[in-house]
Ligand binder design. Structure first.
Ligand code: MN
Length: 201
């Protein structure tokens, strides 16, 4: 058994003008595909073969760089495509909205904190909104393809994530990472983020 590249839930151009079709196509067919293939190569014939990706990340040996980088890359991009949407007008569920207000004061304050975490992640990485058991939510950032579930990170379960590797925005935004982050907020699938909040709280 091996991991499959999940089907993209919309067309490459569906998120334009916020995320351009060429970036989407390369990101999905080259980068995500490579993480998937390299993860499969890394676990084939090992005790990790047949385990779920969540199980692999939660019990990761951080010294196992092939699984750390490619298992993280596989999971992170699976989540990333799911929490994006071309559909307009979505908002967080009532309960998630209340959790955001409780943790950050307001949605506006959350957006500022999340955007700052994404903008200031040095080099390649991700910024996340995560939930802990009990419902507390938190913003954190990770380097490279690290993920909040990993034992050396332990920042809860990710419910929203933004990829700030240059491959995620450079064709359209060049060095303007802040503009990409601002644009990202127009294509968030809050129905999915809310669903993940309820499932993992
Ligand atoms: Mn990426």
């Amino acid at each position: 058994m091996s991991f499959n590249l999940p089907e993209l839930p919309y067309a490459y151009n569906a998120l334009e003008p916020y995320i351009d079709a060429r970036t989407m196509e390369i990101h999905y067919t080259k980068h995500h595909k490579a993480y998937t293939d390299n993860l499969n190569n890394a676990i084939t014939g090992t005790e990790l073969e047949g385990k779920s990706i969540e199980d692999i990340l939660l019990n990761l040996d951080p010294e196992n760089k092939a699984v750390r980088n490619n298992g993280g890359g596989y999971y992170n991009h699976n989540l990333f495509w799911e929490i994006l949407t071309p559909d307009k007008g979505m908002t967080p569920s009532k309960e998630l909205s209340e959790a955001i207000d409780k943790a950050f004061g307001s949605f506006k304050a959350f957006k500022e904190i999340f955007s700052k975490a994404a903008a200031t992640q040095f080099g390649s990485g991700w910024a996340w909104l995560t939930v802990h058991k009990g419902g507390k939510i938190e913003v954190c950032a990770t380097a490279n393809q690290d993920n909040p579930l990993m034992p050396h990170i332990q920042c809860g379960s990710p419910i929203l994530g933004i990829d700030v590797w240059e491959h995620a925005y450079y064709l359209n935004y060049q060095n303007r990472r802040a503009d990409y982050i601002e644009a990202f907020f127009n294509v968030i699938n809050w129905n999915k983020v809310s669903e993940l909040y309820h499932k993992n709280k």
